[in-house]
Ligand binder design. Structure first.
Ligand code: SF4
Length: 68
């Protein structure tokens, strides 16, 4: 069964703080790097996750399929 995970590209993220504002359950800012990171993988791809992905100014957030 394939699974997915949300990934924040640390190289691309400019720390604009948008994604944690849109979806604080999934994203948070890293206090050390000032970049976003995944706080908790969502059970499903919610509207909030989709909005965060489409709102990121540098397209740093993506959904990666995992097979396991
Ligand atoms: S919206 Fe994009 S650039 Fe802004 S904090 Fe989130 S991942 Fe980083």
């Amino acid at each position: 069964m394939s699974k997915f995970k949300v990934v924040v590209d640390q190289e691309k993220c400019i720390g604009c703080n948008t994604c944690p504002l849109i979806d604080p359950e999934t994203f948070e800012m890293d206090a050390t790097t000032y970049k976003a990171k995944v706080k908790a993988q969502p059970e499903t791809i919610t509207e909030n996750v989709k909005t965060a992905i489409s709102s990121c100014p540098v397209t740093a957030i993506s959904i990666v399929e995992e097979s396991n």
